[in-house]
Design a binder for this molecule. Structure first.
Ligand code: NDP
Length: 301
């Protein structure tokens, strides 16, 4: 029976560490890390995330700013808000909650964020630095959380055959780049599969570590993995469930019940990668605050 890799527990432990590190940094530098989250419109799921991010910040003593703009906000106005946050010395990290309303060009918005404050790691400068193997880059939160889950549960990807299912810019590609990087949590031999990969099972069976990020409920079955595999299930899929009050439940991309019989370890959904994402945003905000402070000190010396 597989060991359970709990993102809830790892995330909790990491937040306690980040709080201690942030307090030490504040004593040295006088700087309190600050995160701003910008939401355009009233999408209920996005509102929940924004509230959760604000709460997580306050719990560990960061400044938090939540900016909610009406759905009909014009692009220039949003860009003006970003310019204000770029210039704000209390804010070290910012993110704009995606998806944005259709009349706003997301890429233009992402491009406007100061790369040093881009805690989502979506700005092309940070995407490029990650692809180039830079160890100091602000890397996207969900992929960084996956790496921490592996490292902190004793499954260092170094030298392992890792298969990533999914090639999105948010999860699949950046996690593959982190796994390839010559840095802690990297140095793996990485294969990336996607919807055009024939005979997916023949690829996933080669994995010593399998990362499923396809957004397809229970795509990965017991027959598709080799005994002893370590599985991180990123998938967060709603499936109808009339027995639940809200009418649905969340399932991953992996058939948890079947795969846990043969895997060495597996992360659950919910309680796996989900709780790690906000934790890594906090880690990135602290990293951004340190880097901005160091750059300011360098500029004034
Ligand atoms: P996308 O839909 O952007 O990408 C899905 C990827 O999976 C694509 O590359 C697609 O291939 C591939 N894929 C789809 N179907 C198959 C298949 N049958 N076989 C092999 N590959 C397939 O999703 P995201 O990367 O944004 O998210 C993936 C999952 O992770 C979702 O369930 C999402 O909800 C979840 N997620 C969870 C987060 C968290 O827990 N914090 C954060 C982000 C995402 P192709 O490119 O060929 O279309």
């Amino acid at each position: 029976m597989a060991k359970i890799i709990s993102g809830t527990e790892i995330g909790r432990a990491m937040r306690a560490e980040i709080a201690v590190e942030a307090a030490a940094f504040e004593r040295e530098s006088g700087v309190t890390p600050g995160l701003a989250v910008v939401l355009v419109g009233e999408d209920p799921a996005s509102q929940v995330y924004v509230t959760m991010k604000g709460k997580a910040c306050r719990e560990i003593g960061f400044h938090s700013r939540e900016i909610v703009l009406p759905a009909d906000t014009v692009e220039d106005e949003l860009l003006g808000v970003i310019d204000g946050l770029n210039a704000d010395p209390e804010i070290h990290g910012m993110l704009v909650q995606l998806p944005l309303p259709r009349h706003i060009d997301s890429q233009k918005v992402i491009m406007r964020i100061d790369p040093m404050k881009d805690v989502d790691g979506f700005h092309p400068v940070n995407v490029g630095r990650l692809a180039a193997g830079d160890r100091d880059v602000l890397a996207p939160a969900t992929p960084s959380g996956i790496i921490q889950m592996l490292l902190r549960s004793g499954y260092d990807p170094k030298g392992k055959r890792v298969v990533v299912v999914g090639r999105s810019n948010i999860v699949g590609k950046p996690v593959a780049l982190l796994l390839l990087r010559d840095a802690p949590g990297g140095n793996a031999t990485v294969t990336v599969a996607h919807s055009r990969t024939p005979d997916l099972g023949s690829v996933t069976r080669q994995a010593e570590i399998l990362i499923a990020a396809a957004g397809k409920p229970q795509l990965i079955t017991r027959e598709m993995v080799s005994p002893g595999v370590v599985v991180i299930d990123v998938g967060t899929n709603r499936v109808e469930d009339p027995t639940r009050e809200r009418g649905f439940r969340l399932v991953g991309d992996v058939d948890f019940a079947g795969v846990k019989e043969v895997a060495a370890a597996i992360s659950p959904v919910p309680g796996g990668v989900g709780p790690m994402t906000i934790t890594m945003l906090l880690a990135n905000t602290l990293q951004a605050a340190r880097q901005i402070d160091a750059a300011a000190a360098g500029a004034s010396s």
